[in-house]
Ligand binder design. Structure first.
Ligand code: LLP
Length: 413
């Protein structure tokens, strides 16, 4: 569910017309719906209400400070994967005691920053990382709370680039080795074992892989207990998919029920790290048609949104719905492309699209997750503005970049 609907023939975000925002802010811009973010967060909180839990929103998905603030105010914690994300989370008022830190390549200075910030736990992804965390903690005279990210070797049946829980992936420690690593961690002076973690992939549209993963890890938790290693947190990662097109992913309530049915009896605090399911359908990217063009055997609609603004179609062949801001039933079979000098620069390819003429506004739907955070300045394009709508009001929550922003920090020699 989201709050992007037509009212009086114009696409609105909550009570604000996207055409009104475009007139004031220019295009392209990302537009987020506060009510949608809040509703999605609550769906997870309600889904896990039957167990102790913390919803650690995955910051990589949309890290705008106002998005983080909205979710933290609603009670969320954060899943971070870099010092930069931790910095953002803290700036937005995130509670360090609800922050988990994952990622295969944590640098010493990032570990130091996280330790000094007093985060809830590190999700450790390799034996060498474990030793590094122990050493840095010793240098600071601190004890590092850790979980081991276990790779359960479960196929999430999603795009290969975003599968993470298979043996061949770089993530986590193989489930067969996990017990050995826990024993090693127990012998270290400056780490405290507090949890277990897994994350098997993203845009997962069935319950099965999640249940398989937590079931496998449940067995490990029981083995740990037998060894006298008592943990508090079971971090199940993120990954719940959203409908971009005709997918029918499980609702968070179904996901919550399945997880609690499987591991609820362990009596641990369940941490989850949802990202896309909270922010994905809470945002759109709005652009304006610049030209239309008849190609050799197809038609092109050329907009001012490009792969630097939203790379998902180019990188993953991802589908994003396209809606004309001015409602119309006329369609045209075409590609919606951007101005970047690559054939891979498209928002939609070989699709039945709304009929649009130069000057018309369109919305690239489901762009609230992995949209702005994956944007770049390729072709020296300033990144778009970001806008947050709250009921009948809206604010620019990140200014459109200027040409001066493009060269900040550079010099000639
Ligand atoms: N936790 C960890 C450790 C992760 O690596 C991720 C996503 C999440 C949580 C959040 O997963 P979600 O709930 O959003 O599925 N750029 C790609 C997706 C990359 C996913 C990376 N990890 C895309 O645009 O589809």
């Amino acid at each position: 569910m989201h709050h992007f609907d037509y009212k009086d023939g114009l696409l609105h975000c909550e009570a604000v017309s996207l055409a009104d925002i475009a007139a004031k802010v220019g295009t392209p811009f990302y537009c987020y719906s506060k009510a949608t973010l809040q509703k999605h967060l609550k769906a997870f909180q309600d889904a896990f209400a039957g167990a102790d839990h913390i919803v650690c929103y995955s910051v990589k998905v949309n890290s705008n400070l106002s998005v983080l603030d909205t979710l933290f105010t609603g009670g969320a914690g954060a899943d971070v994967v870099s010092g930069g994300e931790l910095f953002r989370a803290l700036k937005a008022g995130g509670d360090p005691k609800k922050i988990v830190y994952s990622g295969v390549g944590k640098k010493e200075e990032e570990i130091r920053f996280a330790l000094e910030s007093g985060i809830l736990m590190f999700n450790v992804e390799s034996p060498l990382e474990l030793l590094t965390i122990d050493r840095v903690a010793a240098e600071l005279g601190l004890i590092a709370p850790i979980a081991i990210r276990v790779n359960p070797d479960v196929d999430p049946r999603t795009h290969a680039y975003i599968s993470t829980g298979l043996k061949k992936n770089k993530f986590g420690i193989a489930i067969e080795r996990a017990l050995v690593e826990y024993r090693a961690a127990r012998d270290l002076k400056n780490v405290e074992i507090v949890g277990v973690d897994c994350h098997i992939g993203s845009q997962i549209t069935e319950i099965g892989p999640f249940v398989d993963a937590v079931q496998k890890i449940k067995k490990l938790v029981v083995d740990l207990k037998e060894e006298g290693i008592d943990i508090k947190y079971f971090d199940i990662g993120g990954g719940l998919g959203i409908p971009y097109d005709d997918e029918t992913p499980p609702h968070p309530s179904e996901y919550g029920r399945a997880v609690i049915d499987t591991v609820g009896d362990l009596g641990l605090t369940i941490i989850m790290e949802p990202g896309r399911a909270i922010a994905g359908n809470a945002g759109v990217l709005v652009g304006r048609v610049q030209y239309t063009k008849d190609g050799e055997n197809k038609q092109f609609i050329i907009g001012d949104t490009a792969m630097n603004d939203l790379i998902r179609p180019s990188l993953y062949g991802a589908h994003h719905g396209i809606k004309a801001v001015k409602q119309s039933s006329a369609t045209r079979y075409a590609d919606l492309v951007g101005p970047i000098c690559e054939t891979g620069d498209f928002m939609a390819k070989d699709r039945e699209l709304p009929e649009m003429e130069p000057g018309d506004l369109y919305a690239v739907m489901s762009a609230g997750g992995y949209g702005f955070t994956m944007s770049s300045n390729y072709n020296s394009r300033p990144r778009p503005a970001e806008v947050m709508v709250d009921g009948a009001n809206y604010e620019i929550v990140r200014k459109r970049e200027s040409y001066e922003d493009l060269i900040r920090g550079e010099k000639t020699v």
